[in-house]
Design a protein around this ligand. Structure first.
Ligand SMILES: [Zn+2]
Ligand SMILES: [Zn+2]
Length: 141
């Protein structure tokens, strides 16, 4: 049986699956969305471009019940904000295989940051700014 999962569509046609709780067979389930985040920025796993999505963009799509092979990981990464007195870092999400090396992930994020802004609308500190990454350990399949 196929699963119905929350996705964003990239301009390339690629599906960006949001982490969610428990296999969902009906839409409307619980999915990952950080609080106070009107726009969720994600690097497309198909084309590598960054796009920002809001709640109305969310679709529900049927995916095969088989988990991806190799397994995929959803990352929340952040880099320091260019504004020194701002407490909000620039947050960018990425989906990669679970074997990615930390350095590769950091390069991926740095290359894809582009115009991504923090919650207060400031840019990132690409030069010298540290990239931190954590796994959002919810279901992706
Ligand atoms: Zn894409
Ligand atoms: Zn900031």
């Amino acid at each position: 049986m196929d699963l119905v999962v929350p996705v964003f569509l990239c301009n390339c046609g690629g599906q960006i699956v949001l982490p969610h709780r428990s296999p969902l067979e009906i839409p409307g389930g619980h999915y990952y969305w950080p609080t106070n985040t009107p726009i969720l920025s994600v690097i497309c796993p198909e084309c590598g471009h960054t796009s920002g999505h809001s709640h109305p963009n969310l679709r529900w799509a049927e995916l095969q019940a088989l988990p991806p092979n190799p397994p995929k990981v959803f990352w929340r990464t952040e880099i320091e904000c260019a504004q020194s007195d701002c407490e909000f870092p620039v947050v960018l999400h990425a989906i990669t295989t679970n074997t990615i090396l930390p350095k590769r992930l950091e390069d991926l994020v740095r290359d894809a940051l582009g115009e991504t802004k923090c919650l207060r609308g400031f840019s990132h500190r690409l030069q010298g700014g540290k990239v931190r990454a954590e796994v959002i350990d919810w279901e992706l399949k």
